[in-house]
Unconditional design. Structure first.
Lengths: 460, 542
């Protein structure tokens, strides 16, 4: 640690500059040697903060809270979902007519109201389930499982973008930029899809590659800036989101992208050779992108747990200083992980333009990029956790429509439930407290260890 | 003002799940006493004190103050009862002034809730004068040296009328002379009626100040000891078996010089020359210890060798290869083993398993990786072997490294660095915060590496360690080499050298063990310019 207090070095400094400092006379009766050592210390002002005292804080103290939120136990995730659903149910019930009327005579016959609450909540959730997994009223098995297919379709971009966020997070980077990466990928993939006319197979492959490269470039650029200039990735990726979005809007008003004869900002439809095949036939929207999302999950799992690259990512994410000391190139890791994260988000962009939308509009990314953060959060930044979380959120989105049609419960309830999930995940002690899982009296001790001055000072 | 207080812990037991951290511990702290709790890292001393301070609730047992049982629900209760604690890692806000830090938590206010720091300032001045602390209430804490920060913590406790002061490993972060000052302060506090519970595993300090010593081992009190007992007795009690505190090492048999630093200068970001025209060499089969007070360029020197420093001039040659300008990876691949001074920050990834940490700088080499594909089985196999060889005490190879005790973490780092053929071994503060039992072990491993013919460089601020391990001692002062002296140079001479006074001004000529020429100080502090002549002299020994 550079020593700012010690006198500057002049070439003709005397061998033993008479040290004058606050400490020099502290101990009078010591031996000459001890005094000499003492004054040396006084003159030198040994490093202002002890190495060990810093150790708890150095590798990004602000990051540790985020880290705990992102990588806590899966149990908390499950409980958070459960708790959010319960609260969501109560919210649904609170606007229910039946509940309101029974509440009038609550004290006379409380069971009426409780039954009404139960009915209202379960009715909505059953509708949600029927809209997202299995609808018994469908004509034939194919129609009955149509909701599940829709869930998988919607989950596809959530999974791949969520993997991008999760992967970056494991390397210690908070990648808010999935949205922008989806958009840039969408632009490139769509352009290849409608402007080029290539043979079947090759065309789609090129669309996919263009999208992944686009996302990777957009993400990698943020990584590059972070590695070279030290700019914070959160700010970089947020700004890159804006740049991507407004660039897309601009492009959609240029002749190169705007559909001929159209005044709305919408691109031509992609060639049939450039879109994902529907894997279970034309009655479902489910496309090849979902298979690729499964493949991406496997790949990310392998990368993180079985490859040297992933070892580097995780080491850099957990303790960049130790990683550097062990010879790992932190800058390279930062750039590489952001590029791969961008590439994964890029797959979401491809899934959008080549899978579900088949055109490019400024709503190509919807809110997938932001939901991806929540998905990664819920999935604890593990590949399969993210996959499962993506499916869950896909189900929410798919089922919400059915729920509104069937029971009149507004779609927004789903957003409330999603937000509650995030809230509970961010506050694990709250969830544990609700379910009575909190180990008694652990908190103060942990606070003391985390080096909070306020714990000891503040408790007085 | 003297409110003397008798403190008693009776049958304290603390369990964490299945782990029994404290097992029916009885301790009585008589008023006006310095009572030492002696025990290795992980023996349960800190847990016991956290119980006393209200941070943990005891599973069983009572705390008695003046023979009356009390129950603390938090540090606030403990403070109100007259117990103050100075933690090993300070609880200070770096960007606050001393007065603000002291006031924090019990801020005196004027009417309408305005902060009234004058009162606090006044109290700090009083206490500071009373004990000769020399602390400026308006200084920013981040600008203060560690020793002074610690005094701020003590003031914090005293301002709250602490009658019993708990000092948790207070000397772990201090330089030798700051330690002496602290011991003096402790004596003063005692003479004014403050009892002190002193937690330590450093025998010399314990013997110097304690009135009573309670030895704790694996969560149990194993006995009390007289401060007059020999260090060997104390160490044996603490570790539970006979320990040898002196290292048996054969005289060095140095061979050719394979590592040489010439005219090395490291410029800090603020433009300061933190390493200033430094030249030295190490021969195969010898240990060169770099001594000096912390902050005199030792950290930057090791970082420069490893390739972690940016503005480096001069040359570092290992086996004829220039290391300056190479990446860390290239330096490690050239055969440099490096144990960093702060293992938690630079040496380990706390959340990684022991097994993963054991390959932290080997993960991409065979047999652990083929291409970019790693082999977890090989990593595990390696871990099992190293854990056995270095006696790393861990529940399993898959346990997170951060959960191990300090000594075991250090063994882990050492095990990793010594697990491949080395051309140079650098260990910085190899035994800082490590228990006695492990120190012995680590020192023997370092000497063993030397005996295999590796040049070894030890950086230590602990004079005892330097004197024990070194075959030659180089002393750094303000980034410059004060001189290089043979092993066996007296404490007094080394002490003066650490203050920047070159050896020839105060010492008769000494012979090196191998009968070579006397003390050669490669550079006098005047030499702002390179001094090739004297450097060459140093190199001639090969």
């Amino acid at each position: 640690m550079p020593d700012q207090q010690s006198p500057e070095h002049t070439p003709d400094a005397q061998p033993a500059p008479p040290p004058h400092d606050s400490q020099e006379t502290a101990a009078g009766e010591q031996t000459a040697a001890a005094v000499a050592v003492d004054t040396a210390g006084g003159a030198m002002q040994p490093s202002a903060v002890p190495g060990t005292a810093q150790s708890g804080q150095l590798p990004g103290d602000s990051g540790t809270v985020l880290r705990r939120i992102f990588t806590g136990s899966g149990m908390v995730s499950v409980l958070a979902v459960l708790l959010a659903l319960i609260l969501g149910g109560l919210l649904i019930a609170s606007t229910d007519k039946q509940v309101a009327s029974t509440a009038g005579y609550f004290f006379a016959r409380p069971t009426d109201m409780l039954a009404a609450v139960w009915n209202a909540a379960t009715r909505s959730y059953i509708a949600l389930f029927q809209g997202s997994v299995f609808n018994p009223r469908g004509n034939g098995l194919a129609a009955q499982f149509a909701p599940l297919m829709e869930t998988l379709t919607i989950a596809t971009p959530l999974i791949t973008a969520g993997l991008g966020v999760a992967l970056a997070f494991r390397a210690g980077l908070f990648n808010i930029g999935a949205q922008g990466q989806i958009i840039v990928a969408g632009i490139l993939a769509a352009w290849v899809g409608f402007a080029l006319h290539l043979p079947v197979g090759l065309h789609l492959l090129l669309v996919l590659v263009a999208g992944i490269v686009g996302g990777a470039l957009w993400g990698g650029l943020a990584g590059l800036l972070k590695a070279r200039t030290g700019a914070h990735e959160v700010i970089l990726t947020i700004m890159f989101n804006y740049i991507a979005l407004y660039f897309l809007r601009y492009l959609l008003n240029t002749p190169a992208f705007q559909r001929p004869g159209e005044s709305n900002p919408i691109s031509p439809i992609l060639d049939p050779s450039a879109v994902y095949p529907q894997i279970l036939g034309s009655q479902y929207r489910l496309h090849l992108g979902f298979i690729l999302a499964i493949g991406a999950t496997v790949l990310v799992w392998w990368l993180l747990n079985r490859s040297t690259v992933g070892f580097e990512f995780r080491a850099v994410g957990a303790n960049p200083k130790a990683a550097q000391t062990a010879g790992i190139n932190v800058s390279r890791s930062t750039i590489l992980v952001m590029a791969i994260a961008g590439g994964l988000a890029g797959m979401s962009g491809v899934a959008q333009v080549a899978g579900t939308e088949k055109v490019l509009t400024d709503g190509v990314a919807a809110t997938y990029g932001f939901d991806a953060i929540t998905v990664a959060l819920l999935g604890r930044s593990t590949p399969w956790g993210t996959f499962a979380a993506g499916l869950l959120f896909g189900a929410f989105r798919a089922g919400a429509v059915q729920m509104q049609i069937q029971t009149g419960t507004p779609i927004d309830i789903v957003l409330v439930v999603q937000s509650l999930i995030v809230l509970f995940i961010a506050a694990p002690p709250l969830v544990r407290a609700v379910f009575g899982l909190n180990p008694r009296r652990r908190k103060p001790a942990r606070a003391a260890k985390s080096g909070q001055a306020a714990t000891t000072g503040g408790a007085a | 003002m003297v409110r003397v207080l008798k403190l008693e812990l009776r049958g304290i037991t603390k369990r964490f799940g299945t782990l029994l951290a404290n097992d029916h511990i009885d301790v009585v702290v008589e008023p006006g006493q310095i009572h030492c709790l002696l025990g290795e890292n992980g023996a349960g001393k800190s847990t016991l004190m956290n119980v006393l301070y209200g941070l943990y609730e005891p599973t069983e047992g009572d705390i008695l103050i003046d023979d009356k049982p009390v129950a603390f629900r938090g540090p606030g209760d403990a403070m109100a009862a007259g117990i103050g604690m100075v933690h090993q890692h300070f609880m200070l806000v770096p960007v606050f002034t001393v007065a603000e830090n002291v006031a924090l938590g019990a801020e005196p206010t004027k009417a309408a809730g305005f902060l009234n720091l004058d009162q606090t300032r006044q109290r700090i001045k009083e206490i500071s004068d009373q004990y000769g602390f020399n602390v400026d209430p308006d200084a920013l804490v981040e600008d203060l040296p560690v020793g002074v920060q610690q005094r701020v913590e003590i003031i914090k406790a005293l301002v709250r009328d602490a009658r019993v002061l708990i000092l948790d490993e207070p000397t772990a972060v201090l330089t030798p002379q700051e330690t002496d000052e602290l011991l003096d302060i402790m004596r003063q506090l005692k003479s004014r009626g403050t009892s002190i519970v002193f937690i330590s595993h450093k025998l010399r300090e314990v013997k110097a100040v304690s009135d009573t010593i309670t030895v704790i081992r694996r969560g149990k009190v194993v006995g009390t000891a007289d401060p007059a007992a020999s260090t060997t007795e104390l160490a044996s009690m603490m570790v539970g078996r006979a320990v040898s505190l002196t290292l048996d090492k054969a005289p060095a048999q140095p061979k050719e010089t394979t590592f040489e630093v010439r005219d090395l200068t490291v410029v800090a970001p603020n433009g300061q020359h933190v390493v200033d025209h430094l030249s030295f060499h190490i021969r195969r089969g010898e240990i060169l210890a770099i001594a000096g007070v912390q902050g005199n360029g030792q950290t930057e020197l090791t970082e420069a060798i490893l390739g972690l420093q940016e503005r480096v001039t001069g040359s570092i040659v290992l086996d004829g290869k220039e290391l300056v300008g190479r990446s860390v990876k290239e330096v490690l691949e050239a055969g440099v083993g490096f144990v960093p001074e702060d293992r938690k920050v630079d040496g380990l990834v706390g959340t990684f398993s022991v097994a993963e940490n054991l390959v932290l700088d080997l993960y991409d080499k065979p047999p652990f990786a083929k291409g970019i594909s790693m082999s977890p089985a090989k990593v595990m196999e390696n871990a099992k072997q190293r854990i056995g060889e270095f006696d790393v005490r861990t529940p399993s190879a898959a346990a997170a490294a951060g959960t191990l005790s300090g000594g075991n973490q250090q063994k882990l780092v050492m095990a990793r660095e010594l697990s491949r053929p080395l051309r140079l071994f650098i260990a910085s503060q190899p035994t800082r915060g490590v228990d006695v039992g492990s120190i012995e072990f680590l020192h023997r491993r370092i000497v063993a590496e030397r005996d295999q013919g590796t040049p070894v460089m030890i950086i230590s601020t602990e004079l005892d360690e330097v004197m024990e391990l070194a075959d030659r001692i180089a002393v750094l002062y303000k980034g410059k080499l004060v001189g290089t002296v043979p092993a066996g140079t007296s404490r007094d001479v080394l002490g003066l050298m650490m203050a920047g006074i070159p050896p020839e001004e105060h010492t008769p000529e000494e012979q090196t063990p191998d009968g070579h020429s006397p003390v050669h100080h490669a550079q006098t502090p005047q030499a702002g310019t390179p001094a090739p002549a004297s450097n060459a002299e140093g190199a001639d020994h090969a």
